[in-house]
Design a protein around this ligand. Sequence first.
Ligand code: TXA
Ligand code: MG
Length: 368
Amino acid sequence: MVTKYWKLKNDEPLEPQLEQAAQLLREGEVVAFPTETVYGLGADGLNGDACRKIYAAKGRPADNPLILHISEMEEIEPLTSGLSPMAKKLMAAFWPGPMTLIVPKSSIIPEVVTAGQETVAVRFPSNQVARKLIHLAGRPIAAPSANKSGKPSPTNARDVLQDMDGVIGGVLDGGSCDIGVESTIIDTTGPVPVILRPGGITEEMIQEVMGDVKLDPGLVRPDQKPKAPGMKYRHYAPKAPMYLIEGPEAGLGVIRAAILAEAGGLKVGVLALDETIKHLPRVHPNLVICDGGHDLASLAENLYTELREFDRQQVDVILGEGVATHDLGLAIMNRMRKSAGHNILVYENGLYRLQSGQAPEFLQAMLE
Ligand code: TXA
Ligand code: MG
């Protein structure tokens, strides 16, 4: 299959190209498009055969349901058998934006979208390209992140094409995504909102509006099954083994580990904040430095592009700097811990303590 490519330019009208993409969607083809979080792999959400093509393109397990995307608030009505007051309050506060709500499903939704759940995931994105495309298609658009299952989500069209060129009908290139990590998923079917996946709308923001919010136990306890089926899979995985250094001196721990790994003859990828990176040599043949930026927002925005950059540069090992799990840090650490396959070390008082998973060979002598 030849994948169509549309480059959207800010100073030109979007409609002609969006209309072509919408036409493909109506014909039951799969089209990748930008949202404010990550690129989505879209298909007609009311057409079961079209949605099955999404699973095939991604290599996605059949038990992992899709999110339906809408272009106006009221388009949720036909998709659900009823909205709780809690859901309505969340919608008013955070839509359009990086929030997905789990609501009771209606009978018009194909089985393949919900993968056997009694509920459906719905999201109203704020990205203008996404909204116009959904509007022009004239139906809800089912869209998971536009990566092959297991890989980091794409946040630009080049990364989409790396996984999907020749596999899907088309890609709309609307530039880089603002937020960089996927939407916050909130279950609205119980007495209080429950975060099933942390994202751009933070626990603190929800707390402020709703007064009460819980985290799905499956997010914090490894022995609990996550309520969002997709959260149980290994995700966001770069090719090289990754180790996450956490703790109050995480940055220093990353620097020392990078020096040791490099001295051991390894090509080392480092993903850290500005503050840490400025202590590392800029030009060095065996160090691939990915700058996470100066704050949580820039770290989130850069995270997936940089994990993919390590693959392109074929590093032997990746070291990531952990951040505190407040605000966007919760979403970032949820993704980074998975990328690292839960290989987590805490650096404190000049020593590394293994928190979970495995420690690399080159740190064995410095383990507490
Ligand atoms: O930001 C986003 O949400 C992006 C963009 C494209 O909108 N989409 C996205 O989709 O991240 P995906 O498929 O990669 O993640 C959807 C998650 C999966 O973990 C899935 O298991 C969960 O949502 N999910 C979908 N329907 C659900 C349901 N009825 N109950 C619980 N979890 C559900
Ligand atoms: Mg995904």
